[in-house]
Write a protein that binds this ligand. Structure first.
Ligand SMILES: Nc1ncnc2c1ncn2[C@@H]1O[C@H](COP(=O)(O)OP(=O)(O)OP(=O)(O)O)[C@@H](O)[C@H]1O
Ligand SMILES: [Mg+2]
Length: 647
């Protein structure tokens, strides 16, 4: 029999043995597992909190500073959760977003590393190599506290490594190799994201800078173009004004004055003058009308071409423009003239026409250093354009001068001719008068021979008298003698003229007739002058007809005018001579065919008279086939309606 005590003991022992098993299980097996679980939970919580913190830092503003701050904040968040770890990040590209390359620089560092010198923190090359090769690496380094373990992870963006991220801890620290390396990956991914945004930012910045540079260039070019455009517009306007001035004012002095004043105002200059070569004296002469110079001084200012002291002479000889900032103190300028006109700044450019130098253009200012190279260019272009105008102005002045002289000579000649003719008239009248008396035998009987000679004398005196009358008539008409105008019977006037000429027609055996309708309106004009037209035309028709022909004076009412025609069957007017037939003193090439004399004034007088009646005179003729001269003058009805017509 087992004793109670023994059972108790046995039971007790059994119980004791059972309790010990529970304790063993609890302490030896469960507790470590529970602890590991708790640690894992805590780590998971830290990882979660870290991930959350990273998420928050992702919202960094897109600036390099904010991105660097975000990277730092992420590192801080890491360290907060994983104490005892030293963290560093290297970059080989300078700060985020930068472009520098080199040995690399430290982007962030923490813990014990913060106290270390930069050099001590240099990442050895083999670390870079190891990390790049494997994508991540664990390296061991000896440390004061034993061996030190560093986890390395490259980071970057756009497929390129920008740097290394490292987390280091001593051996005694928590084993973060397994757990923390995940967190380190997350941190690296965060740096990657920052790098990516920095890269975008950097590219954006680069594009902006390029755009700005391009824009700057474009603006600069636009500015330059603008300046050129404004200058060109000013030049064009100046040229326009110069040309206008010339069209409006063809007088030489007026043109030059207009040009210089336009140039002066375009350049805001105080003085402007053309100095043109006087070929007769070999001097450069300031032209009248110079801007800012008094006329007297300007007219007196002459420079001998031998005077090389003068800037104008040198410019004239070399064709090179000259500019000075202060003419009064420049040894290259004759200071006397500069002082005379108070001129400081001075530009002188050559005036060249088709390779021939005709003078210079001087532009001055009372201010010092007023003109620039731009001004010189502008004045040179102006001078180039102006040279043609200056030359043509000079030519037109010469032309006007010689025209004036010619007109004066004409006037003197006309005066002379009319005076002489006038002086001829009285003696001729008395010669003809006395000849008539002698020929009629009132001074005693004449021998036939004497009569013949005296008849010849009378014929010549007659011709001389007609010539004198023609000259006097023409000069009266040219001077615009008043022509009285009243209605008269043109047919009656024609009959009278014909009757007066009949003896000449009879002499040549020419039949002479007047053909006029019964009811012909009266002509309006001067009977005396229009009779002279008829007389001249009839005289020609008789002179230039051969014996035995026929000459008719035909009158007709044509529209509002009366037309008179003098027709002959004579020698005609050669076609080549027809255009000049009304010119003074012109006589056709066949004029001698009938042995007729004349001076060529008759038709010129006719045209003057008809013109003064507002009429028209013309002819039809061909060599050898006769001539028909026509003229038309107004009828009195055309001007004053007859009383019956008016009522
Ligand atoms: N009817 C005509 N037939 C042929 N030639 C004519 C006729 N009328 C004029 N002419 C030509 O025209 C020229 C000019 O005529 P115009 O009457 O002006 O001068 P003229 O008769 O020679 O001299 P003037 O009339 O001064 O005595 C004449 O010389 C002649 O050659
Ligand atoms: Mg005549």
């Amino acid at each position: 029999m087992m004793s109670v005590a023994a059972w108790l003991t046995g039971a007790g022992a059994a119980l004791a043995a059972g309790a010990a098993g529970v304790w063993w299980t609890r302490f030896a097996r469960l507790l470590p597992a529970e602890r590991a679980l708790a640690r894992a939970a805590a780590l998971a919580e830290r990882r979660g909190a870290f991930a959350l913190a990273l998420l928050r830092t992702r919202r960094a503003a897109p600036t390099p500073a904010a991105l660097a701050e975000a990277a730092q904040a992420a590192a801080d968040a890491f360290l907060e959760r994983f104490a005892g770890v030293d963290l560093f990040a290297w970059t080989r590209r300078g700060p985020l977003g930068g472009t520098a390359t080199g040995d690399g620089e430290l982007l962030l560092r923490t813990g014990r590393l913060e106290a270390m010198e930069g050099g001590g923190l240099a990442v050895p090359e083999e670390w870079w190599d190891a990390a790049f090769a494997a994508g991540a690496a664990v390296v061991w380094t000896p440390d004061a506290a034993g061996l030190r373990r560093t986890v390395l992870r490259p980071w970057g963006a756009r497929g390129r490594v920008w740097g290394l991220l490292g987390a280091a801890s001593g051996l005694g620290e928590e084993d973060f190799t397994i757990v923390h390396s995940g967190a380190l990956d997350e941190l690296a991914a965060h740096l990657d994201a920052c790098a990516e945004r920095a890269a975008q930012l950097w590219e954006l910045e680069k594009a902006r800078a390029e755009l700005a540079a391009g824009l700057d260039g474009a603006m600069r070019r636009l500015d330059e173009t603008n300046v050129q455009l404004i200058r060109r517009a000013k030049e064009v306007r100046t040229f326009q004004e110069v040309t206008d001035a010339i069209t409006k004012n063809p007088e030489h002095a007026g043109v030059l004055a207009a040009i210089v004043s336009i140039i002066a105002s375009a350049l805001e200059a105080d003085l402007c003058a053309f100095l043109l070569l006087d070929e007769a004296t070999g001097e450069l002469v300031t032209q009248p009308g110079a801007f800012g110079l008094s006329h007297d001084e300007g007219a007196l200012y002459r420079l001998a071409l031998a005077n090389d002291q003068s800037s104008s002479v040198r410019v004239f000889k070399t064709g090179e423009p000259f500019i000075t900032a202060d003419a009064q103190n420049d040894p290259l300028v004759i200071a006397r003239y500069a002082r005379l006109w108070g001129c400081h700044s001075l530009v002188v450019v050559p005036l060249t026409l088709e390779g021939r130098r005709i003078g210079v253009l001087r532009v001055g200012s009372f201010k010092k250093s007023f003109f620039t190279a731009d001004h010189v260019q502008f004045v040179s272009i102006l001078a180039e354009e102006a040279a043609v105008l200056v030359e043509s102005a000079m030519l037109s002045r010469k032309l006007a001068d010689s025209n004036r002289r010619l007109a004066e000579m004409h006037r003197i000649k006309d005066d002379f001719v009319s005076t002489v003719s006038h002086e001829f008239k009285t003696p001729l009248t008395s010669i003809l008068g006395f000849l008539a008396v002698i020929l009629e035998g009132e001074a005693g009987p004449l021998e036939p021979e004497q009569r013949r000679f005296l008849s010849i004398v009378r014929g010549s005196a007659q011709r001389l008298s007609e010539l004198v009358s023609d000259i006097l008539d023409l000069s009266k008409l040219e001077e615009g003698v008043e022509i009285e105008s009243k209605p008269f019977d043109l047919a009656a006037a024609a009959r009278k003229v014909v009757d007066d000429s009949r003896w000449r027609a009879d002499e040549k055996g020419i039949e002479l007739a007047v053909e006029a309708p019964e009811a012909l309106p009266r002509a309006l004009g001067s009977e005396r002058w229009l009779s002279q037209v008829l007389e001249n035309l009839l005289s020609n028709a008789l002179k230039f007809s051969r014996s035995g022909g026929k000459v008719s004076v035909i009158l007709a009412h044509k529209g509002e005018g009366l037309q008179a025609t003098v027709a002959d069957a004579g020698i005609g007017i050669p076609e080549a001579d027809q255009p000049r037939i009304f010119e003074k003193f012109f006589r056709a090439s066949n004029r001698d065919a009938t042995g007729a004399s004349g001076t060529g004034l008759g038709l010129a007088i006719c045209r003057h008279i008809v013109d003064r009646h507002n009429g028209r005179i013309w002819f039809e003729s061909s060599s050898g086939a006769g001539t028909r001269f026509h003229f038309v003058v107004p009828t009195s009805r055309a001007v004053t309606p007859a009383p019956e017509a008016a009522s």
